[in-house]
Every structure is written in structure tokens, then in C-alpha cells.
Ligand binder design. Sequence first.
Ligand code: SF4
Length: 335
Amino acid sequence: MNEEKILQVNELKKYFNMGKGSVLQAVDGVSFHVNKGETFGLVGESGCGKSTIGRTIMGLYEKTDGDVLFDSKNVHELSEKERFNFYRSMQMIFQDPYASLNPRSTVREVISEPMEVHGLYKNKHEQLDRVYQLLEEVGLNRDHANRYPHEFSGGQRQRIGIARALALNPNFIIADEPISALDVSVQAQVVNLLKELQVEKGLTFLFIAHDLSMVKQISDRIGVMYLGNMVELTASEELYDNPLHPYTQALLSAIPIPDPDIEESRERIILEGELPSPINPPSGCVFRTRCPMAMEVCSMKKPVWQEIGQNHYVACHLYDETLENKKPVKQLSKV
Ligand code: SF4
């Protein structure tokens, strides 16, 4: 694996002013990097801030604090011209293929629009050839070019969205819940397509999703988020074999195992309560109101982000070696 860092997110914060003095802390000091050519999975329940991170990296939202460096350049300090060029390198695939395509444009127009904006081809003929080529690369064909988005299935529309994202030959793609709106049978096809395109084109992906089982299939490393904070980060296999954070353990225990004997005997960790509001997050560890292992210290002190094993990071007082009494204040809830 290439270890050249193409994206660095340092202590990123994104707060939204909600009026009347209330502030929504969507992203509250998150750090990670993405290596060239890898797929980094960002996972967590909806409302945890993962999509806000994607949009802030793209510059669609101003940051509140911290830095985002792409190819060593601060994306929030780009000039207008640099930003224009930045979008040739970084593109986004959106969650909802129904909403992200203009219903009044043909597929040809949808895919060729970014090429026209960036003046990529000298003549229409060359441009149309490229549209045909992209359609074939995403598993559609040239006959689809003159049709409208509503004539396609959800999976096909997401393929059109992927073709549009590839139109400028980017090297980095943020895929924001690209399969959540699709039928389960189609999800694997789209994930496989993204994997194939990655190998063919040497793409780097930031893959945002709430479904850990699908993220595992595509990601080299995974970051787990909860209420605007990164709580654990490590290689995909390591996360599944050795989850450290109680939230990751709960998420993994909810994934069904296809073997009925193992499935019957395993313990499932049930998280009690709702996701707290990011307008008024819990003190100390933001997960403490639902954590089956919560200790007294958890309400008083925010856990530090630390490396526990090789390239395995976690933010949890259970791994704080300076703490002596690590007794949970309530019993682990299992069924
Ligand atoms: Fe649970 Fe405390 Fe660890 Fe937070 S710091 S995850 S509340 S044990």
C-alpha cells in the first residue's frame, strides 16, 4: 500500500450557528489522513457528522477550525482559480441518485456538463466519445446517452452519478453514502464497480456510510464516528477482529453472521437511548450516555485520542493507563 498522504484532516471542527445562541457541533476536532490509492471508510450513525466532514473537505462548507490539506494545499485557502482546478482532482458521488441528477437533462448532458465548464475537449465530437466511454466504464452503454434519469433504475442512476464524477478524471472521490438509497441486491454491484474503477484508474476514495458490513468490503482503513467525534481508527481487518471502543463493539455485534450456529450463540450489545443532540452534547466522553462500560471519569473528562496498537487509534478511558479504578457504573446490556 502506498503510504503517501494525499489528504490530511487536522483537528477539523465544523459548527453551525442555529440562532438564539445555540450552536450545533457537527464535527468537533476530527483528525485523520487518507493515503494515495486507498479507500478510507468513514462510518457512524446518521447525524454523527460524517457527511459534514465530506462536504467541508470539498469546501462546500467553510470550516470552523482546523485544517484540510489536499496534496499539501490548504483547501480552505485556495484562490478561485486554484479551487476550480481542485475540483478536477476531487469529485463527489452523492447519496441520492434520484436527487443529484437534473431530471430535465439527458444523460449525455449530465455527464458532459463538467467537461464543458472546464473546457476539457476542443470539439463536441471528442466530448461525446468521452461520454460514451464513461457510460461503458460504469456498465451502461451509448444508447443510454439520450435518455433521461427517470428512465433508469436506482442502481443505473447511481452509475450515471459515478460517470459524472469521473468526467474530469479526478484522482480522489468522496462517496457520500453512495449505496444507502439502493436495494441490497444492487449495493454489492455498485461497490464492486467502485473497486474495479479504483484499480483501473488508481483512484483514492473517502467512502462515507452508516453500514459497517458494506464499508468493510471496500475499505483499507476505517474511522468510526460518534456525535461529531472520531472514536476509533484502524485497518479494516483489525477493526473487525479487535474492536476496542464500546461503540464499535456495539456496531459490529449488530451485524448478522451468515453461520446460524455462531449467530445463535453470540452476544449482541444493545445500545440504550437515542443519539444525543449535537447542540448540547454530553460532557466528557460524548458516548457516555449510551455506553455500557461508562465509568465516573467518563462524564468529567474527554478521553484522549491515542495509539493503542500499531496504527490502531481509540478515544476511550478504558485504555487510559493512568486510571486505576475502571469499574463501569452500570452493567453491560447484552441479549
Ligand atoms: Fe464508554 Fe467511558 Fe470509553 Fe466513553 S470513555 S466509550 S463512556 S468507557
